[in-house]
Design a protein. Sequence first.
Length: 182
Amino acid sequence: MASHRYDTSHGANRGAISVLTSTELQLTLATLKGLPSEVRSQVNKSTKLLTTSEWQQEMAGNAHTRLESLVLVNTGRVRATGRNLTLVSGASAKKLAGGATVRDLVRATEFGAGPGKSTYRSVSKRGKAYTVTRNTRAQFRPHTSNGYVVYQAARTFIPRAASLWVQTTMRTTYEAFEKGAL
């Protein structure tokens, strides 16, 4: 498997792998379709277990701030089904220390934010009016359309995840066959 290249250049879904270009993935899907539900369930559990920790490690290599680790890396998960593997990050309603939820911060944390200067008028305790300017987006990196953590990690991890999925499916199927479950 290590020498096979997966085609990951499909238009807007850059990073996605097409089953149409990979014989191994076609065979994996056909195998999963023909397996009993308990064996298929075991494949999904094993795949999820193996890939989730590697997915988080891959994202951690791209995270440079504490906010990126909290919002993107720590919420990284893999959903495995008989038809698909889905890499997920930032899909949590968990509140952070400042009161914002992960979902509120995920876009700006991954893609950065432009300068968020906020200017308003205030009055001191003694009644003197003055202008206050604050940078409300200082905690985010500059804006980019390519992403900083998740998108960069996905580009390198998707072929690895596909390889793990194929290997796990074949190993679990073999073990089920050896035990007489097939």
